[in-house]
Write a protein that binds this ligand. Structure first.
Ligand SMILES: Cc1cc2nc3c(=O)[nH]c(=O)nc-3n(C[C@H](O)[C@H](O)[C@H](O)COP(=O)(O)OP(=O)(O)OC[C@H]3O[C@@H](n4cnc5c(N)ncnc54)[C@H](O)[C@@H]3O)c2cc1C
Length: 311
C-alpha cells in the first residue's frame, strides 16, 4: 500500500504542478490527494515501531499526522470553505459584447460577512461544473447585500455564460478570499488594471466614491490598458473613476501602444513614493515588476500583484 500510494502521490503532485494538464483534470485528480494521504498515514502507523511514539520524533510525527488527517477528512467531505458559503440569486445581468464580458449582480442570502475591495469569491452556478473564482467588482454595503462579478469569456465555462444564466437563478458564493486589498497606508498609489484585470479596481473605485471628502485618501492614478473596446464599459469605468477622484489613464492597444514601466514613470513624477497595484496577465505583471525593480523600486514591499491563476 505504501509503495503504490507513494507512486500515486507523485503523479498527483505532477498533475498539480505541470500546467499542461487542463484545469478540469487537475480539479478532479486533486480530490484524490487526501485519500492517498490517509493511506500513507495508515502505512506509517502500521510500520512505526511502538517504542518510537514516545520519542520527540514520534510525538512530532503523531501531531503532524493527526493535523494532516483532520485536514484530509475536511477536504474529502467537501467542508473546505463551507463556513464561508452562502446562497444567492442573480439579480441583474449586463452584457459588454465589445470586451466579451458579462456583469452579474447577485443578491446574497444570510451569512455573508462582508468583504474588502480587491477580494475574490468562488461562484457556483452549475454543480457539475463546480466553483469558479472571480474578483468581487463591487463595494460592500450591509444595507444592500449585493455583490457584482464581471466575467470574461476565457474558456469553455465562461463562454456563452450570458445564455446559460437566468435572472432569479440560484447560485452559491464562497468567500471572501485574498489580500489584494489596497490597505498599505501609503499616500500615493499607482494602479494598473489590464483587460479584465480591471475588476479589483472597480470595487475599490466604488468604495472610494463613498468616502467622505474630509477623510484622508491616497492620491491615485489608474492605468487601464485594453486590447478590446466596449464604449459602454469604458464609460462606466470613467464614471467610477470620476466619482472616486482617481485619475484615469486609458490605453487602447491599437491606438496607444503598450504600457511600459517607462511610460508610467514619465506620467507619474513621484512614482518612487508610491505603491504599485497590478492585476492582469501574469507575464505583463512580471515584466513591470522587473522593470521597476531595475530602477531601485522596492518591489518586495510595494509591488502588489493579483494572480487570476489558481496554480
Ligand atoms: C483569484 C482569481 C480572480 C479571478 N477574477 C476574475 C474576474 O474578476 N473576472 C474574470 O473574468 N476572470 C477572473 N478569474 C479567472 C476565471 O476564474 C477563469 O477565467 C475561469 O475560471 C475560466 O473558466 P473556463 O472554464 O471558462 O476556462 P478554461 O479554459 O477551462 O480555463 C482557463 C483557465 O482558467 C483557470 N480555471 C478554469 N476553471 C477554474 C476553476 N474552477 N477555478 C479556478 N481556475 C479555473 C485555469 O487556470 C485555466 O487554465 C479569476 C481567477 C482567479 C484565480
Amino acid at each position: 500500500m505504501g509503495e503504490w500510494a507513494f507512486y500515486g502521490i507523485v503523479i498527483l503532485l505532477l498533475v498539480a504542478l505541470i500546467k499542461l494538464v487542463p484545469y478540469k483534470v487537475f480539479r478532479y485528480s486533486h480530490r484524490f490527494v487526501p485519500v492517498v494521504y490517509l493511506v500513507l498515514v495508515f502505512h506509517s502507523v502500521i510500520l512505526i515501531d511502538h517504542a518510537m511514539w514516545a520519542t520527540p520524533l514520534g510525538v512530532a510525527l503523531a501531531l503532524l499526522m493527526l493535523a494532516g488527517s483532520y485536514a484530509a477528512l475536511v477536504s474529502i467531505f467537501g467542508r473546505i470553505g463551507a463556513g464561508r458559503r452562502v446562497s444567492g440569486e442573480i439579480a441583474e445581468m449586463r452584457n459588454y459584447p465589445g470586451v466579451r464580458s458579462l456583469e452579474t449582480v447577485i443578491r446574497l442570502g444570510k451569512g455573508w460577512q462582508g468583504h474588502q475591495a480587491g477580494q475574490f469569491a468562488f461562484v457556483t452556478s452549475n454543480v457539475v461544473e463546480g466553483a469558479h473564482p472571480y474578483t468581487i467588482a463591487s463595494a460592500w454595503s450591509p444595507e444592500e447585500p449585493l455583490v457584482t462579478f464581471v466575467s470574461k469569456e476565457l474558456g469553455d465555462h465562461t463562454t456563452g455564460l450570458i445564455d446559460r444564466l437566468k435572472l432569479g437563478q440560484k447560485v452559491t458564493v464562497e468567500g471572501p478570499y485574498g489580500r489584494f486589498t489596497f490597505d498599505d497606508g501609503l499616500p500615493r498609489q499607482i494602479w494598473v488594471g489590464a483587460g479584465i484585470g480591471i475588476t479589483p479596481f472597480l470595487a475599490r473605485l466604488k468604495e472610494m466614491a463613498t468616502v467622505s471628502p474630509d477623510e484622508a485618501r491616497p492620491e491615485i492614478d489608474l492605468f487601464h490598458t485594453t486590447r478590446e473596446v466596449d464604449e459602454a464599459a469604458l464609460e462606466r469605468i470613467a464614471e467610477d473613476a470620476r466619482a472616486a477622484k482617481v485619475r484615469l489613464h486609458l490605453l487602447i492597444d491599437a491606438r496607444d501602444g503598450q504600457l511600459t514601466g517607462q511610460r508610467i514613470r514619465d506620467e507619474i513624477g513621484d512614482w518612487r513614493e508610491a505603491s504599485l497595484w497590478f492585476c492582469g496577465p501574469s507575464k505583463f505583471g512580471a515584466a513591470l515588476r522587473t522593470d521597476f525593480a531595475a530602477q531601485g523600486f522596492p518591489t518586495d514591499e510595494r509591488f502588489h500583484q493579483e494572480l487570476f491563476e489558481m496554480r
